[in-house]
Ligand binder design. Structure first.
Ligand code: ADP
Ligand code: ZN
Length: 293
């Protein structure tokens, strides 16, 4: 039996798992993301106590994914300052002396959804998480898209809603980007209470669904994905998905003649098929691929 390690590296917490070769969960732990000096040795210690043949990392970003780069596997320009330029992959790979696979957290989740979840059997899907931030992973022809660096879908610019009291959003880099307008902390900042305390009939949700619909419209027009999968903490408000579908249909404006649109996008814009497990299964797939499986 081969054991595989999965690391879901987040800006708030690190989730470490050991799984078997069939994806069965064996052990799992989590630790807060403190500084690299504290957290990297703690993760190494855990994986030495729970040995694995290979490790897969789905990481928060931005992260350097260019294999020929001297800083491959480093976190780069993160707003989480202690982790800026932190050598996440090389430190783990050298200490554990095993093959390590890496992608963004959302590309990993998109891969898992494409192989095992809501987009199983399809060639393409977009996975978007709306949580502490907004990120998107794109799989095309069965492969996660990296391109120049990796997509940063959360930082696309949107058209502000005239009813929005905070139309500039809260991203330190961009005025009016999706993450700054639609992530959980942005909802809290705008409305003065946590997102989960806003009642379903609050105008906040109509505005939120509108921003997510603009993203879906842009994604459909840019990439033509066969599924758009919406996950993350904010999407726990399950009345949101139907609102996003309806508003996306309206934004498409009848331009796209396809049965998926006639069907109200019911099969195109969906919740994750793997529930909250897309991230860990994505990291597990990266570990498998690191040893050629
Ligand atoms: P992360 O993005 O850190 O990986 P999550 O996807 O769970 O984690 O997102 C956490 C954010 O999602 C919280 O900051 C909060 O704003 C929002 N959130 C969490 N639970 C809910 C909920 N039930 N309804 C709406 N928003 C929520
Ligand atoms: Zn931004």
């Amino acid at each position: 039996m081969i054991y595989l390690g999965a690391l879901e590296a987040g800006g708030t917490k690190m989730v470490l798992s050991r799984l078997d070769e069939n994806g069965g969960m064996l052990e799992r732990t989590s630790m807060p993301t403190e500084t690299p000096e504290i957290t990297l040795p703690a993760m190494i210690e855990w994986f030495l106590a729970h040995p694995v043949t290979a490790l897969g990392i789905g990481s928060f970003g931005p992260v350097d994914l260019r294999r020929d780069s001297p800083t491959y596997g480093y976190i780069t320009r993160t707003p989480k300052l202690a982790w800026r330029d932190a050598p996440l992959l090389p430190v783990l790979r050298d200490a554990l002396a095993i093959p390590v696979g890496l992608d963004t957290d959302v590309n990993a989740a998109a891969m898992a959804e494409a192989e095992l979840g809501a987009a199983k059997g399809l060639d393409s899907c977009l996975y978007v998480t709306i949580g502490t931030g907004v990120g998107g992973g794109l799989v095309i022809d069965g492969k996660p898209v990296h391109g120049l660096t990796h997509p940063e879908l959360g930082h696309q610019l949107l058209r502000p809603d005239p009813r929005d009291p905070m139309p500039q959003g809260s991203c330190p880099y961009h005025e009016g980007c999706l993450e700054g307008l639609a992530a959980g902390p942005s909802l809290q900042k705008r409305w003065g209470r946590p997102a989960w305390e806003l009642p379903p009939d609050h105008v906040a949700w109509d505005i939120e669904a509108g921003y997510l619909a603009q993203m879906c419209h842009n994604a459909i027009m840019s990439f033509s994905p066969e599924k758009i999968i919406l996950g993350g903490g904010v999407m726990q408000q399950d009345f949101l998905i139907p609102m996003v579908r309806e508003k996306t249909v309206a934004l498409l404006g009848g331009y796209l003649a396809h049965p998926a649109v006639e069907d109200g996008l019911k099969d195109l814009i969906v919740a994750p098929g793997l529930g909250i497990h897309s991230g860990v299964m994505g990291a597990w797939l990266l570990a498998k691929r690191a040893i050629g499986q």
